[in-house]
Design a binder for this molecule. Structure first.
Ligand SMILES: [Zn+2]
Ligand SMILES: [Zn+2]
Length: 318
């Protein structure tokens, strides 16, 4: 009897279940079968991301206090430094050296930013440098502002960590663990903030804070602000600013973005010479991450910060 082609097992429910499990275990795809990689936004995957934005509205219920806002600002600063100094300049570009405990400490602080694990981040960033502003670059603004700002990592194609891009880090099981269970650290931070707020309400009521208020300001508001500041480098820093170097991509130098992102706004410098731990090439190009790394070096926590070569500086002009 002539058989009709076997009908494919309905992929949708399994795909949805896999997406759900991936909220907690990013390796779920390897066990469940990977849904087709595609370039459309995976809305189920995006739900927690959208919920984090909605949660910021709760500031109208929980109110504000100097303590809550101060903790939100401090967590923005610490996590921005972990992203720029370590996720970017260390894990993606290896522009200095450090010990394994310091490497893991800053990997955890970076993971607290809810921007996935260090290996996912570095793999995608290395891909960006290899294909910047070509069709293969997932977050080039040539594909539109929203795609470059948020759309690209909400797609199924943007979910996976390509091991070929980060082979140099795979020998560290603690980094692979952090990359696989990338929601553990953010959930722990959120719980700790709630607990701290509850403790302060009880033991230091004069501070005027409580669990829900610290959770909303310290976790949701701070993390959402941190997120949008970080991804301006993918979107705006390839559109707005000055081009000192005639690179093959559209990267720009922009003081305002450099202030917001602790030095990453000198993005044209960085695309021209990504191998330096410093991105503000002139003394007046404020690069807070570079100052922070110099401080960590003075404290003996990092070493061998790679400088900007003299020939590159000479081309930078005055
Ligand atoms: Zn770039
Ligand atoms: Zn880079």
């Amino acid at each position: 009897m002539s058989a009709s082609p076997p009908s494919p097992a309905s992929p949708a429910p399994r795909g949805r279940w896999t997406t759900f499990v991936r909220w907690f275990d990013t390796a779920a795809a390897e066990r469940e079968g990977d849904p087709a990689l595609d370039d459309r936004v995976d809305w189920l995957r995006a739900l927690p991301f959208l919920a984090m934005h909605l949660a910021c509205i709760a500031v109208f219920w929980v109110g504000a206090s100097a303590t809550a806002v101060g903790i939100a600002v401090a967590l923005y600063a610490v996590r921005m430094f972990a992203l720029t100094g370590f996720y970017h300049r260390y894990f993606s570009h290896r522009t200095f050296r450090t010990s394994r405990p310091v490497q893991f400490l800053f990997a955890m602080l970076g993971a607290a930013s809810v921007q996935r694990g260090p290996l996912w981040w570095a793999a995608h960033h290395r891909h960006h440098h290899a294909h910047a502003d070509t069709p293969a670059d997932p977050h080039t603004p040539r594909k539109g502002f929203w795609r470059s700002h948020v759309g690209w990592f909400l797609t199924r194609a943007g979910f996976r960590t390509d091991p070929a891009r980060i082979r140099d880090w795979l020998r560290f099981p603690e980094l692979r663990w952090l990359d696989r269970y990338d929601t553990v650290v953010p959930l722990a931070l959120a719980a700790a903030l709630y607990g701290l707020g509850a403790a302060l309400e009880r033991w230091a009521p004069g501070l005027g804070t409580d669990g829900p208020q610290l959770l909303v300001w310290g976790f949701f508001v701070s993390t959402v602000a941190l997120f949008h500041a970080t991804v301006t480098i993918n979107s705006l820093a390839h559109r707005w600013g000055r081009r000192r170097y005639d690179t093959r991509d559209d990267s720009r130098n922009n003081l305002w973005l450099a202030l917001l992102t602790f030095g990453e706004g000198w993005h044209n410098n960085h695309h021209y010479f990504p191998g330096s731990a410093r991105q503000g090439f002139r003394w007046w190009e404020i690069d807070i991450t570079w100052y922070g790394l110099r401080l960590l070096q003075a404290l003996g926590l990092v070493r061998d910060l790679k400088p900007v070569p003299a020939a590159v500086l000479a081309r930078a002009g005055g």
